[in-house]
Ligand binder design. Structure first.
Ligand code: AMP
Length: 460
């Protein structure tokens, strides 16, 4: 079950704007890169909630008729990606429950590290769980609390550990409330924008651009924005963390380059990683003819490399963007089908050339190995692979889908052994020290590169 808890997700919400569900749909559409397996929206008034969740892409889950049924000026939504094996619809979010106290819906990005212990404890006390997602413990804990909404949120979240950027929609007989909450470490991004007379809240600012919201703020670590009929209250959770730990991998790979996450332009950050790689190669007098990025995530760093080094930037590979999670392979096998269906080389750019190839990360090493084979078949003479991050040596327990440590190539092989495995002439990564320089000494989470887990790892 635990493997199903490693997931990438995105959340988006609307407070007090007409056609909230339609706008929420657009926001989720802009966050589709954060999860392609399923999507859901729960909308609400102080009298009722309406919801729809289903597997598939945002544009497949909702049509106009479905959105028209989601009434009210307030909504929260979620896009989900889980590892294969637990794609059941019951695991899709927002999770949504009713009680004598009212209704509650929760959309969560991040992973709780003590969910399994809490679940066992709650089950031993009679709770019956409907899904296998970690988020459900939040609903059970909340339902058992008493007091004001704020006291109940505080009491609930003081029990959970790990990463949570949450949208909580709640109504009792009197009022409708929406809370946007970031955990005390601030692992995952969550930002607030102004939209007409109301607000938009989402994982990434690229969603604000689409719905026409203006930027207001990134939530601080441990901060809550509580929207209610009289306005907005901003407050801090009672639970505190020893330091902040925004996920550096959001800048490296996960966030869209047109987003501003944790106060920085993702695109500019990626260009800086490329420039740093280029500086190093200039010092080492690397001789090459062109630089290319592995589309899409390696492109901004490759542009930074090109601008720093003066080496011409070429596409080299063209990516097909229309691949879902499954495609039908012919019975008669086609060599390298799985990589070719995504990436096609441009032999005219590559023939006889010494190429610097920039990618954001190497996980298992299979992508780099296949891409380098394709590039060589297309005529590349030399391949110098540059990775715009340090070696990925350890899994993420805070919301990025990564395989087990054993499957991470850099946890077992030296850089020279990886270079050999992926058929590159040379291979360079950024170092942790480079990362420190790029993050300007900020206190970030880089556990996937360092094993320094700010909030511990799951015991169960
Ligand atoms: P691999 O073949 O396992 O080495 O995968 C490396 C590729 O996966 C890189 O080109 C990355 O762009 C991409 N990647 C890195 N991290 C993730 C992630 N958490 N989810 C999906 N793709 C990723």
């Amino acid at each position: 079950m635990k493997s199903s808890w490693r997931e990438n997700c995105g959340v988006f919400g609307i407070w007090k704007v007409p056609e909230a569900a339609h706008l929420n749909y657009l926001g989720l559409f802009a966050l589709q890169h954060r999860g392609q397996e399923g999507a859901g929206i729960v909308s609400g008034t102080h009298e009722s909630f309406w919801g729809r969740r289903s597997s598939g892409l945002v544009s497949q889950v909702f049509d106009r008729e479905a959105l028209n049924q989601l009434q009210g000026e307030t909504a929260i939504g979620h896009v989900r990606y889980s590892t294969v094996g637990n794609q059941a619809d019951k695991n899709l979010q927002p999770l949504w429950v009713q009680g004598e106290w009212g209704e509650l819906a929760v959309a969560h990005n991040g992973t709780l590290t003590n969910a399994q212990e809490l679940r066992l404890e709650l089950e031993s006390q009679g709770s019956v769980f409907q899904s296998s997602v970690d988020t459900e413990v939040i609903l059970h804990l909340f339902a058992r609390t008493k007091g004001s909404f704020r006291e109940r949120i505080d009491a609930t979240l003081s029990r959970v550990a790990g990463a949570f950027s949450l949208l909580i929609l709640y109504r009792d007989s009197k009022e409708l409330r929406l809370a946007a909450i970031k955990d005390p470490f601030g692992f995952r991004p969550l930002c607030v924008g102004r939209l007409q007379e109301g607000y938009a809240i989402g994982s990434e600012s690229c969603a604000f651009d689409l719905v026409g919201a203006s930027w207001e703020a990134e939530l601080e670590a441990g901060e809550v924005y509580e929207f209610h009929s009289k306005g907005v209250d901003r407050w801090k959770l009672n639970s505190k963390a020893p330091r902040t730990a925004p996920c550096v991998f959001e800048w490296i790979y996960f966030s869209r380059p047109d987003s501003n996450s944790f106060g920085r332009s993702v695109y500019e950050f990626r260009k800086q990683t490329g420039a740093l790689l280029a500086e190093r190669d200039q010092r080492a007098s690397l001789r090459a003819d062109l630089v290319m990025g592995v589309p899409d995530s390696g492109i901004p760093a490759a542009i930074g490399y090109s601008q720093q080094s003066g080496l011409p930037f070429e596409m080299g590979l063209i990516r097909n963007h229309y691949i879902g999670r499954t495609f039908i392979e012919p019975h008669q096998s086609i060599r390298d089908f799985r990589v070719k269906i995504k990436q096609n080389p441009l032999p005219k750019s590559l023939e006889g050339k010494r190429i610097v190839v920039v990618d954001d990360s190497i996980v298992r090493g299979t992508t780099s190995r296949k891409i380098n084979m394709l590039l060589r078949e297309a005529g590349a003479r030399e391949i110098h692979l540059r990775i715009a991050a340090p070696p990925t040596i350890s899994p993420c327990y805070y919301g990025i889908d990564t395989p087990t440590e054993n499957e991470l190539i850099a946890s077992k092989k030296s850089i020279e052994e990886i270079r050999d495995f992926i058929f590159a002439d040379s291979l360079e990564y950024l170092s942790l020290e480079d990362l420190r320089q790029l993050t300007q000494g900020a206190s970030v989470c880089h556990a996937c590169f360092s094993k320094d887990y700010p909030s511990g790892i799951p015991k169960l």
